[in-house]
Design a protein around this ligand. Structure first.
Ligand SMILES: Nc1ncnc2c1ncn2[C@@H]1O[C@H](COP(=O)(O)OP(=O)(O)O)[C@@H](O)[C@H]1O
Ligand SMILES: [Mg+2]
Length: 212
């Protein structure tokens, strides 16, 4: 089983949005997907509760305190929505559960600053130093032609962690979440710009580059 974790100590950067969409992507590709929610906010589990029966099924894995015992054995991919504010030994423990880590970052000075400290801490973990887990950053909620997006783009280009994708700020994410689906399950005429932006991220996730 592959373990893909969406992680950033900063709250509100899009962890649950990315986790639910990554789960939906692999489910629509025919993989057996489970989604674990380690965040007390339960956004990913709430999304799963909203998921219509006629959509590709995704298994729910309950909170951190339950560990991974409830992950179905036949799952190909476990997507993990991690809690914010994870530092120190809690972060070390979290990272033990994943070989692939996706870090969303918002176009905001506060978020870039917080992410700098977080990536420093992440890179110093033995597991990451030994390349037993691969990390990538993703710009989220970007608006083209804004100065702050230019700043974020430059920041992520220089951060020395692979910068894989930039996802726009779009109501499609809000709409899809509300319906318990991912942007890949929205109609093409609405979601094609988002599908295009996700292509480098899903390509990275499909290849060995995202695995130790
Ligand atoms: N690309 C996006 N476009 C529009 N809204 C977004 C996007 N990504 C996240 N959001 C919204 O931003 C808020 C925070 O996102 P969320 O995924 O809950 O972050 P986290 O799990 O890191 O706290 C939510 O209201 C979510 O719908
Ligand atoms: Mg969340």
């Amino acid at each position: 089983m592959r373990h893909i974790m969406v992680l950033n100590a900063k709250g509100g950067c899009g962890k649950s949005t990315l986790a639910t969409n990554i789960a939906s992507y692999f489910a629509t590709q025919g993989a057996a997907v489970a989604l674990a929610d380690y965040d007390p906010q339960r956004s990913s589990l709430d999304w799963l509760d909203r998921r219509p029966d006629n959509r590709a099924s995704i298994a729910a894995v309950a909170g951190f305190e339950d560990g991974l015992r409830k992950a179905p054995r036949n799952a190909d991919i476990l997507v993990i929505d991690a809690p914010a504010r994870s530092h120190g030994s809690e972060l070390t423990d979290l990272v033990k559960h994943a070989e692939t880590i996706v870090v969303p970052v918002l176009p905001s000075t506060i978020d870039m600053q917080a992410t700098t400290a977080f990536l420093e801490e992440l890179k110093n973990l033995t597991k990451i130093e030994k390349k037993q887990a691969k990390v990538a950053v993703v710009a989220n909620r970007v608006r083209e032609n804004t100065l702050i997006y230019d700043d974020l783009d430059e920041y992520l280009t220089n951060v020395r962690v692979p910068y894989i994708a930039a996802l726009r700020d779009a109501q499609n994410y809000v709409r899809a979440y509300t319906r318990g689906i991912g942007i890949f399950e929205l109609p093409e005429y609405l979601a094609w710009p988002d599908w295009d932006e996700w292509e480098p991220l899903t390509a990275w996730l499909r290849t060995k580059r995202s695995q130790p």
